[in-house]
Design a protein around this ligand. Structure first.
Ligand SMILES: Cc1cc2nc3c(=O)[nH]c(=O)nc-3n(C[C@H](O)[C@H](O)[C@H](O)COP(=O)(O)OP(=O)(O)OC[C@H]3O[C@@H](n4cnc5c(N)ncnc54)[C@H](O)[C@@H]3O)c2cc1C
Ligand SMILES: NC(=O)c1ccc[n+]([C@@H]2O[C@H](COP(=O)([O-])OP(=O)(O)OC[C@H]3O[C@@H](n4cnc5c(N)ncnc54)[C@H](OP(=O)(O)O)[C@@H]3O)[C@@H](O)[C@H]2O)c1
Ligand code: SF4
Ligand code: SF4
Length: 503
């Protein structure tokens, strides 16, 4: 009856190699890869063997018959829909591959007669761990894995929402490398503070920076600095128990929160704040966040998207999760007539998914209605000013007919993350990234970048895998071509400098 991929697919493509009949697409060598919200199983080709289920690190694949009811019920149709839009293959193509897919691409490796490399990887988030995986499985390198925090995992631990436990499971897949005989791990060591980038480079043949993008972008509107105006990064850190999070990051004593930006982070935060705390009790949510949510009086989260419903930044999968959420009343604000028109005219995509969602002209001057907690999606709308004397009392939002004041006790900007510089490395302040060419850090031979610090703060977990493959490919090219700097004190490295890392 076929299998189907569902909501928490992170596009890491692990299932593709497991499928004996090549029915999971797009594959990394196909043009669509990285552009779709998830991968899809062709129900016409799937032979029901279940091999992909074991390969998936986030438990995203299910037999279609188990999805006939419940919040994942749209997924069999979504999987099949992807293939309906594809042209059928020539009749001469061998079954069961009914479509014209490209041939697979095989990976390169360091020739076996090359000396063993010592490589440092800075950062234990997905990018760092895909780099570790690639180095340990495809080269004979010894790896020093470093993170500034006392616990490894990066945004898998401190970003992914606690009500996405299956996604967090990918941390278990990564953690199997912590005890690999060629890996040593140093937690609580910040490069640029405890050890300089130059010292680290001197101790290794190559250094890979996977330090992510931990700060929040600024809106630049009046009132942004008022108490009660915060970044989504702070709320995410709070509910995930980040060691540097403030226990009082968010004030939940008001009735309405205005969220600026409609990416997946905005949806995560709005969903967690609107979910019955009892449902979150068995998750990894921090105990102080759970206590805060139990006494929350928030009844509505208003999410502002500056573009229309078809161009919203969230993925279809996360929108579907909201439409199917039992605790949440999802509403589209109908003040702007373009929104209803765009939803009605959509032939597919995110706007069409809103067709079953109630549209209502919300009275933002009044307190939100009692009942289920409400999330309101408002499109073609931005915040112009945050209002209040001592703290946030409202937000001026733009809409087709001008501006309107929305009463709110808290304003959250979920407009994206931003990289922070590592002392000793070049930094592009406007993009928040380390300048690099295909992963090679500009002007610093032997130093490489991967993940969000390489390409900016966008893309899910799996996007870092292809990003890492490019960087490791560059590193291997440099090893083979002799472009890596020669380490003059290599033999004394382990005895002399390394103890500074052993904290
Ligand atoms: C709130 C949120 C939720 C998300 N949820 C999902 C999801 O459900 N599914 C999905 O597919 N994607 C999700 N993503 C996207 C995903 O988390 C990112 O694609 C991914 O984490 C980026 O990986 P990274 O390794 O570049 O950065 P990070 O995961 O941020 O890792 C960077 C690591 O570097 C360490 N570090 C930083 N500076 C230093 C230094 N100077 N010295 C030593 N260590 C340092 C940090 O402590 C951190 O551990 C989410 C992102 C966010 C922000
Ligand atoms: N469940 C998941 O899979 C999951 C969960 C969380 C995060 N992630 C991924 O992590 C990445 C980061 O997510 P994110 O939500 O932080 O970023 P994002 O997807 O880039 O969304 C940022 C949002 O902020 C808006 N914005 C940016 N600057 C603005 C400004 N000055 N004024 C008003 N609005 C502004 C953007 O609008 P425009 O679109 O108009 O630019 C967009 O709506 C994404 O790739 C996301 O998919 C995945
Ligand atoms: S069940 Fe088997 S045939 Fe179907 S997609 Fe998974 S691995 Fe491929
Ligand atoms: S998360 Fe990875 S393994 Fe699981 S379905 Fe998506 S691409 Fe396949």
């Amino acid at each position: 009856m076929a299998f189907a991929i569902t909501q928490n697919c992170c596009n890491d493509a692990s299932c593709i190699a497991a499928c004996p009949v090549n029915c999971i697409h797009p594959t990394p060598d196909e043009p669509d890869f990285g552009k779709t919200d998830m991968l899809y199983i062709d129900p016409k080709s799937c032979i029901d063997c279940g091999a992909c289920v074991d390969a998936c690190p986030v438990d995203a694949i299910f037999p279609v018959e188990s999805l006939l009811s419940g919040p994942k019920k749209p997924y069999p149709e979504i999987n099949a829909g992807y293939f309906e839009a594809k042209p059928p293959a020539e009749a001469s193509d061998p079954a069961p591959n009914f479509h014209t897919w490209n041939p697979p691409v095989f990976k390169r490796s360091i020739p076996s007669d090359f000396p063993m490399l010592d490589v440092a990887v800075v950062g234990t988030g997905p990018a760092g761990m895909y780099a570790v995986e690639d180095l340990l499985l495809h080269t004979s390198a010894r790896v020093t894995l470093i993170d500034r925090l006392p616990l490894a995992g990066g945004l898998i631990r401190y970003g992914v929402a606690p009500d996405h436990p299956d996604t967090k499971k990918i941390g278990e897949t990564f953690s199997r490398f912590y005890s690999h005989p060629r890996l040593r791990m140093r937690l609580g060591v910040q490069i640029g503070r405890d050890l300089s980038a130059a010292e680290l480079a001197a101790q290794h043949d190559a250094v890979i920076y996977a330090v992510g993008a931990s700060s929040a972008k600024e809106l630049g509107v009046p009132g942004e600095d008022l108490p009660g105006s915060i970044a989504a990064t702070d709320v995410v850190a709070w509910y995930n128990g980040h060691p540097e999070a403030s226990a009082t990051a968010i004030d939940l004593s008001g009735e309405r929160i205005v969220m600026v930006g409609n990416g997946n982070v905005a949806l995560d935060v709005a969903r967690v704040l609107s979910t019955d705390p009892g449902r979150l009790e068995s998750t990894s949510i921090s105990r102080s966040a759970l206590t805060g949510l139990r006494s929350s009086t928030v009844r509505e989260v208003l999410i502002l998207g500056r573009r229309g419903p078809a161009e919203a930044a969230y993925t279809s999968t996360e929108l579907i999760a909201l439409t199917e959420h039992e605790d949440i009343d999802l509403v589209v604000d109908a003040a702007d007539p373009r929104v209803a028109e765009e939803i009605a005219a959509a032939t597919g995509g995110k706007a069409a998914l809103l067709r079953g969602v109630r549209q209502e002209r919300i009275d933002f001057a009044a307190a939100p209605a009692v009942g289920k907690r409400r999330i309101v999606l408002k499109f073609h709308s931005e915040s112009r000013q945050i209002l209040g004397r001592e703290r946030v009392e409202g937000v001026v939002v733009s809409e087709a007919s001008g501006t309107r004041e929305v009463r709110a006790g808290q304003a959250i900007r979920a407009i994206g993350y931003h990289g922070v510089p590592v002392p000793g490395l070049p930094f592009d302040a406007s993009s928040g990234t380390i300048p690099n060419a295909g992963g090679r850090i500009t002007g610093m031979p032997g130093n490489y970048a991967v993940g969000w610090i390489k390409r900016g703060p966008s893309g899910g977990i799996g996007a870092n895998k292809t990003c890492v493959q490019e960087t490791i490919g560059a590193l291997i090219e440099d090893v083979v071509s002799g472009a890596l700097p020669v380490r003059s004190r290599r033999s004394s490295m382990l005895a002399g400098l390394l103890p500074r890392l052993q904290r």
